[in-house]
Structures are given as structure tokens and as C-alpha cells.
Design a protein around this ligand. Structure first.
Ligand SMILES: Cc1cc2nc3c(=O)[nH]c(=O)nc-3n(C[C@H](O)[C@H](O)[C@H](O)COP(=O)(O)O)c2cc1C
Length: 306
């Protein structure tokens, strides 16, 4: 008889029907994917990062192919939380998706404001706090590159009393220091991780291809980096929820992250090649489990740790 696996996972206080989540910034601000995917079938949908005010982002070009993936410097363009609630959220809510709102800010108070604007809003199951942004109150250091700034941004976001997922940057020497600062400040899950800092130079002009100069590298090339972050954090945290993200486009990649210690995963860049990527990965994951006689996907979490 065919084995039908239980794909449900727990991320802190939230239960998801399966571990496949869309990654922030790669599927739009609302229900843009609806034509291709029944969003209610996914574990959850994370929207593009929102600030407490509208933000234009970086000059073009904003995306380019790079190595085994892409590089982007979109610059966090968004309509601001209030406009998003009015103009984008209703359509997304109609899909029945579990909605995770991603927030960012340029100061601790802006994180607080963005989070408070989302407090008690119907349909939002969690806040993912994107701390890969410069703190303009100091020397422009990224929040995600400092334990102290991470602590402040997460604590301010947690004032909204929503489950907090802290999305960390891989551009640090010791991710565990930042992770522990986030956990101590109220995060109930870690999202590992954001893009890797990089640059592509056009040989005909000898200038960077992106309008911003540098950007964030994503896609297949970053997968081993993210898998290792997940693995290293799972070594240090027996039970804490970890969401893996980086270069996932196949069910086997999901298994790799889960074996490293992820409770759930997110899919980003793969959507640019195929907007149905999340649906296909989810379907393939069920098949992979049946084929391998896995009845409960959670039993695979952390199996790579001998
Ligand atoms: C075009 C683009 C825009 C992104 N925008 C955001 C964003 O607004 N907020 C965020 O937290 N991450 C953002 N990311 C990072 C992704 O959510 C993800 O962490 C990263 O791309 C690694 O996963 P992937 O290789 O599956 O894309 C963006 C990535 C891309 C490619």
C-alpha cells in the first residue's frame, strides 16, 4: 500500500500543514502567485519585507544572473505597512494562505513601528524580521552583523506580540552569536539565511552590473552555505525551530535541509525560473516520502547529525 506521509510541522507556536514556505521578496507583495499555485496548500507565504513607510528601493538594474544563481539589489522597495494592509493584504487573505509578514527598518524604532502596525491584523500568523538592513542611527552597520543591534531590533519587533521569526545574514563570522541574541530577545524561530554579499562586473564597461554596485547572491550556489548554517545551529539547539532557505528547487534539497536540522524551508530564487516551483517541490516531497516509506517528515529532522 502507498505510504501517505504526514508533512505537518510545528514552528514554535504555529502549526503548518507542510514545511514548504515562499521566501520573502521572491513572489511579490500579495497574491501574485495565485495564478500558478493554490497558496492555501503551501505551509505559509512570506511577503516582501515591509517598512513603516513607502520605500522606493535601489536604482535599476536590480537583478542579474550570477554564477549558479542570481544577484539582486532591489533595495527593499515596498508600499509601507499601512498601504499594504489596505491594497495588498485583502487579496492575499482571500487565498486562504497562512501569511507571514516580513518587516525591516533603518532604526530600532522603525522595526517597532512596522511590527506595531501589524499587531492584531487578521490573517497574519507571524512576523519574519529581516535584519539584513543598515542601521542609520549608528555607522550604518547591518543589524544582522551585530549581536547588540540584532537584540534591539528583535526586542522592538516582539512588542507586537506576534510570533517572531528572525531572518539572519550568512555574512558573519559566527552566526550562532547573532542567533542567540535573537532567541534571547524573543524570536521563536530562526530563518537561515538571507543572501550572500557579492558583486558582478560587466567586462565591456568594467562597471558593476547592478545600479547599487554590490548585491545579494542567491540560488543553487548558496545552498551549501545555508545548509551548513542550519547544521551548525542544530548542533547548538536541540529543539529550537529553524527554517532553512537558500537554493532550494527540488524535493531532495528540502530533505537535505531537514536532515541538517531544519523544521521547514523556504523557496526563493527558484520562482524566477518557474513560478510553480513551490507547488512542484511540495508534490515531489510527498512522493519522495512515499517512495522512501517515510510516514512522518518530522522524523527526518537533524538526521545528518550522526
Ligand atoms: C530578488 C530578491 C529579492 C529579495 N527580497 C528579500 C526581502 O525583501 N526580504 C528578505 O528577507 N529577503 C529577501 N530576499 C532573500 C530571499 O528571501 C532568500 O533568503 C534568499 O534569496 C536565499 O534563498 P533562495 O536561494 O531560495 O533565493 C530576496 C531575494 C531575491 C532573489
Amino acid at each position: 500500500m502507498k505510504t501517505v506521509a504526514d508533512l505537518s510541522v510545528e514552528i514554535g507556536s504555529i502549526s503548518l500543514p507542510n514545511p514548504v514556505i515562499t521566501a520573502s521578496g521572491t513572489t511579490g507583495q500579495s497574491d501574485e502567485l495565485r495564478k500558478y499555485v493554490d497558496l492555501s496548500q503551501l505551509g505559509a507565504v512570506v511577503v516582501k519585507s515591509l517598512s513603516p513607510y513607502p520605500w522606493q528601493g535601489n536604482p535599476p538594474p536590480r537583478v542579474h544572473s550570477a554564477g549558479a544563481g542570481m544577484i539582486n539589489a532591489v533595495g527593499l522597495q515596498n508600499p509601507g505597512v499601512e498601504a499594504w494592509k489596505k491594497s495588498y493584504l485583502p487579496a492575499l487573505r482571500e487565498t486562504g494562505a497562512r501569511i507571514v509578514a516580513s518587516i525591516w527598518g533603518r532604526s530600532v524604532d522603525e522595526y517597532r513601528q512596522a511590527a506595531k502596525q501589524l499587531q492584531g491584523v487578521e490573517g497574519i500568523v507571524a512576523l519574519e524580521v529581516n535584519i539584513s538592513c543598515p542601521n542609520l542611527e549608528g555607522r550604518g552597520e547591518m543589524f544582522a552583523h551585530s549581536s547588540e543591534l540584532t537584540r534591539l531590533a528583535i526586542r522592538a519587533s516582539a512588542e507586537a506580540n506576534l510570533p517572531i521569526w528572525a531572518k539572519l545574514s550568512p555574512n558573519v563570522t559566527d552566526i550562532s552569536k547573532i542567533a542567540f541574541a535573537a532567541i534571547e530577545s524573543g524570536a521563536e524561530a530562526l530563518t537561515l539565511s538571507n543572501t550572500l554579499m557579492g558583486m558582478v562586473i560587466e567586462t565591456s564597461t568594467r562597471r558593476p552590473v547592478l545600479g547599487n554596485g554590490g548585491g545579494g547572491v542567491s540560488g543553487p550556489g548558496v545552498r551549501p552555505v545555508a545548509v551548513r548554517s542550519v547544521y551548525e545551529m542544530r548542533e547548538k539547539l536541540a529543539d529550537f525551530p529553524i527554517i532553512g532557505v537558500g537554493g532550494i528547487s527540488k524535493p531532495e534539497h528540502v530533505i537535505e535541509f531537514i536532515a541538517a536540522g531544519a523544521n521547514a524551508i523556504q523557496i526563493g530564487t527558484a520562482h524566477f525560473a518557474d513560478p510553480r516551483a513551490s507547488k512542484k517541490v511540495l508534490k515531489g516531497l510527498g512522493k519522495w516520502c512515499s517512495k522512501n516509506k517515510i510516514t512522518n517528515i518530522s522524523t527526518l529532522i537533524g538526521e545528518a547529525h550522526g
